[in-house]
Design a protein around this ligand. Structure first.
Ligand code: F6R
Length: 246
């Protein structure tokens, strides 16, 4: 695991963009496959990738993307769905074609249907092979929506959102009662299959989760600790998020 500590969030975004582009450049044939995250953290990174596109150093026109997670009960056209968030905050920014953006489908008539959709999504990820997976981290140590207690080998599936995560995400909805209770998320095993992981964390509110993930024991109590298992994990932090490291 490589841990890069930047002076601030802007510098962290630049380091993370380099780690992503270097990871994508390792593919020798075919189109790149990028694993993408929503949330506030990767926005600076996406802006840096957009700069690389503008400078002619990157081109995402033919890149295939797979999102980490989606809310259960929201159609992909819903404004608060992660699909729409990524269309606005990623596709339009870096020139990734919307039809090349894959997101889990958490909308269906029954739990069984959503389970089947989740299994198909996982199989599509395996078939494509993700070159670089971008990750943020929750203050409770989640990656994707793998909340504490997630199996270290889990695959894409339905997960109940923790009270903390629903509270953290209430800012995007009309209050906590409108936040869905469940998500479909790539599993920890699915995430670990990516050839490179680029985990970004900024801000003092992430310091405890980062210290536990990087220096604590490998444990489902801190799902992000699985990055310790990955042979090519790049962790990019600002000084505030790195403050708890020994
Ligand atoms: C988003 C996701 C989450 C976020 C995490 C951090 O697709 O999977 O794990 O990365 O909740 O969110 P922010 O960046 O908003 O602090």
């Amino acid at each position: 695991m490589e841990v890069l500590i930047a002076a601030n969030a802007e510098e962290a975004a630049k380091l993370a963009a380099t780690a992503v582009l270097d990871g994508l450049a390792m593919r020798t044939s075919g189109n790149n496959v990028l694993g993408v995250a929503t949330g506030s953290t990767p926005l600076g990174l996406y802006a840096e990738l957009a700069k690389a596109v503008a400078n002619g150093k990157a081109d995402f026109t033919n890149t295939l993307a797979f999102a980490l997670d989606e809310y259960v009960g929201l159609e992909g056209t819903h404004e608060q769905s992660y699909r729409q968030t990524l269309v606005h905050e990623l596709c339009k920014i870096i020139g990734l074609r919307e039809e090349n953006l894959n997101t889990p489908d958490g909308f269906g008539d029954s739990e069984a249907q959503i389970r089947t959709q989740s299994a198909h999504y996982d199989a599509a990820i395996t078939a494509a092979g993700v070159d670089v997976q971008i990750l943020g981290i929750g203050a409770n140590g989640h990656i994707g929506f793998n909340e504490p207690g997630s199996s270290l080998r889990s695959r894409t599936r339905i997960k109940r959102l923790s009270a903390k995560t629903r509270q953290d995400n209430a800012r995007f909805f009309d209050g906590i009662d409108s936040v869905p209770t469940h998500s479909v998320t790539q599993g920890l095993g699915t995430i670990l299959d990516a050839r490179r992981l680029v985990l970004v964390a900024t801000g003092a509110h992430k310091a405890e989760a980062i210290a536990t993930a990087l220096e604590g024991p490998l444990s489902s109590a801190c799902p992000a600790s699985v990055v310790q298992l990955h042979p090519d994990a790049v962790v990019v932090l600002d000084e505030a998020a790195a403050a708890g490291l020994k």
